[in-house]
Design a binder for this molecule. Sequence first.
Ligand code: UD1
Length: 344
Amino acid sequence: MKTTPHILVTGGTGYIGSHTVVELLIENYEVTIVDNLSRSNANVLDSITAITGKTPNFVQLDLCNADAVTTFFNAYSTPFDAIIHFAAYKAVGESVQEPLLYYHNNVVSMINLLQAANTNGCNKIVFSSSCTVYGQSASLPVTELTPRLTAESPYGNTKQICEDILRDTVNATNIQCISLRYFNPIGAHSSALMGELPLGVPNNLVPFITQTAIGKRASLSIFGNDYNTIDGTCVRDYIHVMDLAQAHIKAVEVLLATNQAHHYDIINIGTGVGSSVLQAVNAFEKAANLKLNYSYSPRRSGDVEAMYANVDKAKAVLNFSSQYSLEDALLHQWQWEQALQRNG
Ligand code: UD1
């Protein structure tokens, strides 16, 4: 009889990875995490255990080290049933400063992973892609058929390149893959035991909001109020990280159930609702019941005016739709920020 499916989660101690591991464990999957801990902390494993009562297997491994990846896979006599590949760098600005670091880390690691997975008969992969591959689309909401535009950053380009490598690999091998194009992940686990740990000054909106509210930052700068949107500020599709975690479970289920050769699919994962920066700030003030210090600053270079998902395919193929509201996500991230402060 088939035992519990065993899922390899690369980057499983990172922000989205750790929340997905929690959902996998709750749904009784066996989980092995590999992570090089370069941008995350092994303490996350304790939080996962505190939430789920279970401890995932953990191996510290740098996927850029091909020999180490081969040795790792060879140690398992039974192949993993599926891989969820999160491990990657994700700071847009840093990728502009350090393009080679990004191309090397994000692309080489995935090539090593695919080679070892293919050799070892592990042929189902869920890949973390991003809505950044669409650039500023002329029509909204974006569907999976909306053409990709030239990437605005090396980070975005690594997502496009990795998607292309996966498509070509699926064509040529037994590997099956679903690329999930995430919109803007925000929020934290509702227990406040787990959330994002931004390194240094956050680039992303919501950690900047919560750090301002707690007093770590003096004031939020809203980048641009002269966009052609409802209130002049940029529009994004903010999705709760626990919803995103659920989407990965659904994608794994679909892959485990399919025997179709050369199965490659791309699916948007968002809420389908666009919210402006100002709407997000107002929703935060309401959820946290406080006033936020903010002011308007010039546009940030590289920002697209508006982006939100058509989520029909996620519903049709994965039977996935988001459950949490923007307020839920902001409240959970605020509770996480407060827990971080309490714990020093
Ligand atoms: C970016 C990436 C996306 C990536 C995400 C998380 C692009 C186009 N998008 O999303 O692929 O998944 O980061 O790493 O590369 N804002 C402020 N003040 C701030 C910070 C942000 O006004 O201090 C505004 C931004 O101008 C933007 C919105 O808030 O309009 C969201 O910004 P951010 O959280 O950085 O995400 P994106 O840039 O949309």
